[in-house]
Design a binder for this molecule. Structure first.
Ligand code: NAG
Ligand code: NAG
Ligand code: NAG
Length: 398
């Protein structure tokens, strides 16, 4: 190989790596609005006595600390704790230490899009989103109601967000296709099988990672928690962490949402009503939905895969699922317990949850149930009240 060809070859390789593996940003975002929070760089702070509000620039609307969107869009906002404002404009809190599917939709009888968010447990026992994943498939033949999985060719992009010091954000991006697995982004992994681009971009002023698929009118962006500010006990979240998922409404006519997700759809279902029908709190119902809709092979940690498998394999009937989550779900929502686990060992939580599901749903053993409670005490935490009050003797072998 001659020198010039070699140089060309090297240049070709380097210039064709779109989106680096690691991107660092430390933007100041927009103006400080009130004592703690900055508005997005393109939004303005409206001040009135004792009140500070970040407002999106007309004609945009949304959350001016996290994402301003066109009026012509259907949008999900996930912020802090995390609280989700879904497409049906309902507020749901999402307590799970595991990856969960937020949304699935089909577009134009050809595309399947699945959107996932991972939660992570931080100081104080609060969950925050720390990574986002989009899986997008195109079907080789148009489908009517549901796609034939064997006709789908999948692509994926996965972004983990973190901070490396106060105010310095870091994003890591992976790409994948069916043949490559998750790899460093490259020209080859930028496009879906039909040539549709899965575009990623990093906003260095507002510290946001963005994923867009124009063909289906989809965009999503994300800012992680500044965990160093949180750990220092600073008036944290100078820049509000969260996730925004948006679909352009002019595409809605060709788009079909899966109605079983937490995101719901612009026309429902009403998750509160569905929870009431099952005699569940909305919080517990949210946990049920995250478990039902997240494919096991798409869970993240081994503990989460185990929890998901145990739930799906042994807890098949809806009445059993409801009874079980109404007790075990509190392991994911009890603030005192979460705070205790966070300061010790996170992985304990999904594992004890998985044991709880297995004990209440499958073994149905009073002895195992008492062992479960004592495991929590031995671990050094207080048993969540609902589990503590649960009468193990009410369990009978199936
Ligand atoms: C802010 O405005 C600039 C210039 O109009 C635009 O290029 C940029 O995309 C906007 N940023 C956001 C986050 O909307
Ligand atoms: C919606 O998602 C659930 C859970 O993943 C799945 O079982 C169901 O088939 C999906 N619905 C449609 C219409 O694809
Ligand atoms: C945390 O807990 C998990 C599961 O209980 C265990 O496998 C792991 O070794 C623990 N890690 C540490 C650092 O103690």
């Amino acid at each position: 190989m001659s020198i010039s060809i070699l140089v060309f070859h090297l240049l070709f390789i380097t210039t064709c790596v779109y989106g680096q593996l690691v991107i660092s940003t430390s933007g100041q975002s927009g103006e400080l609005c009130g004592q703690y929070h900055h508005c997005l760089s393109n939004s303005t702070c409206v001040r009135s006595p004792g009140k500070y509000v970040c407002v999106c620039q007309e004609p945009l609307r949304g959350n001016a600390k996290l994402g301003c969107v066109s009026e012509k869009s259907a949008t999900v906002f996930i912020q802090s704790d995390p609280h989700m404002k879904n497409l049906y404009h309902q507020f749901v809190s999402v307590s799970t230490p595991c990856r969960y599917r937020v949304m699935e939709f089909f577009y134009d009888h050809r595309y399947v899009i699945r959107v996932y968010v991972d939660n992570f447990l931080y100081k104080g026992g609060e969950f925050y989103a720390n990574s986002i994943t989009v899986r997008a498939a195109v079907s080789s033949v148009p489908f009517t109601t549901t796609p034939d999985e064997t006709m789908l060719t999948w692509s994926a992009v996965h972004i983990i967000g973190d901070t490396t010091s106060i105010g310095t954000y870091q994003f890591m991006e992976w790409r994948g296709t069916e043949t490559t697995g998750l790899v460093t982004p490259s020209e080859q992994t930028r496009f879906m099988a039909d040539g549709s681009e899965i575009y990623t971009e990093y906003d260095e002023v507002d510290n946001l990672a963005m994923i867009k698929i124009a063909t289906v009118g989809f965009s999503m962006w994300f800012r992680p928690i500044d965990r160093f500010a949180l750990e220092e006990g600073l008036p944290c979240m100078a820049q509000v962490p969260g996730v925004v998922i948006s679909v352009e409404t002019d595409k809605l006519a060709k788009l079909q949402f899966n109605e079983t997700d937490l995101s719901s759809t612009p026309t429902g279902p009403d998750l509160k009503a569905s929870a009431r029908d099952l005699d569940m709190d909305l919080d517990m119902y949210a946990i049920l939905l995250t478990l039902r809709n997240t494919q096991t092979d798409y869970s993240d940690s081994t503990e989460c895969i185990l929890a998901n498998n145990n739930f799906k394999d042994v807890c098949r009937r809806t009445d059993k699922q409801v009874k079980t989550i109404n007790v075990c779900g509190h392991l994911y929502t009890d603030r005192k317990f979460l705070s205790c686990v966070q300061s010790r060992n996170h992985t304990f939580m999904a594992r004890i949850f998985s044991d709880c599901v297995q004990t209440l749903c499958d073994y149905r053993s009073p002895v195992m149930c008492e062992v479960l409670k004592s495991h929590i005490i031995e671990f050094g935490c207080v048993v969540p009240k609902v589990l503590e009050d649960y009468d193990c003797n009410s369990l009978v072998q199936p």
